[in-house]
Design a protein around this ligand. Structure first.
Ligand SMILES: Nc1nc2c([nH]c(=O)n2[C@H]2C[C@H](O)[C@@H](COP(=O)(O)OP(=O)(O)OP(=O)(O)O)O2)c(=O)[nH]1
Length: 135
């Protein structure tokens, strides 16, 4: 029987009071370098999605949030080389600290409609319209 072992990734749309969303640019040397993505990363064994996201936000942006501030929004399902990516997208409007690019090349606050003009990973493209309707 074929065994399905997806790559589980958790990511978040941080939304500011003006309805803009934070994107970060993937650094050189990583797959999909230069593309604009939602902050997040792989869920490590034993982690819940929420704890993985809280950890990634601290590591990547130096901000702190709480599981109760993370609302499940939608997901992406996409072939990724030999693997299959399942990306769980949360939204978050409440955090502590000011995001700084600790891993990314750059950060950018954008409205969902502006995302169509940016290079984003293929899995993210179906998420843009959903975010636009949600915010
Ligand atoms: N964070 C994030 N990853 C995305 C998005 N869209 C998308 O296809 N991905 C893919 C890219 C990667 O294959 C995977 C995330 O893995 P990663 O390597 O960036 O995560 P990580 O922070 O755990 O990285 P590392 O420790 O392995 O370097 O998900 C997105 O919007 N945000």
């Amino acid at each position: 029987m074929h065994s399905f072992s997806p790559l589980l990734v958790v990511a978040v749309a941080l939304i500011d009071p003006d309805g803009r969303v934070l994107l970060q640019q993937r650094p050189p040397g990583k797959p999909m370098a230069g593309l604009w993505e939602f902050p997040g990363g792989k869920i490590e064994p034993g982690e819940t999605p929420e704890l993985a996201l809280i950890r990634e936000l601290e590591e990547e942006l130096g901000i702190r949030t709480h599981a109760s501030c993370l609302a499940p929004a939608t997901f992406a399902s996409e072939a990724l080389g030999e693997r299959h990516l399942l990306l769980l997208l949360y939204v978050c409007r409440k955090w502590e600290g000011i995001p700084e690019a600790r891993h990314a090349t750059a950060l950018k606050w954008v409205r969902p409609a502006q995302m169509y003009a940016l290079d984003m990973p293929p899995a993210d493209l179906p998420l843009i319209g959903l975010l636009d309707a949600l915010i």
